[in-house]
Design a binder for this molecule. Structure first.
Ligand SMILES: [Zn+2]
Length: 82
């Protein structure tokens, strides 16, 4: 792969998940008070049904987690979707 900006061949490709970009890091207090029971509940009520939906109705529903390939030029720092 070649950088479109500087034509360097020194380009690395990384896999990123879109969903990670939207998540904010929670403080320790959040986890002590809420996180330990809320997260498993959310997972149970949202992720499990979503997985079932994704498995049994793959054409109508899609999981929102998208794996994106991003190429990063090691020479000039230019990034683009691979
Ligand atoms: Zn470059």
């Amino acid at each position: 792969m070649i950088c479109k900006k500087c034509m360097s061949g020194n380009v690395s490709v990384q896999m990123t998940q879109d969903i990670k970009l939207r998540k904010k890091r929670k403080g320790i207090l959040y986890w002590v008070i809420i996180g330990w029971w809320l997260q498993p509940l959310l997972w149970l009520f949202f992720t499990l049904p979503m997985l079932f939906i994704a498995i049994f109705r793959p054409k109508r529903y899609k999981l929102r987690v998208k794996n994106k390939k991003i190429a990063i030029c090691q020479n000039c720092g230019y990034q683009w979707n691979a």
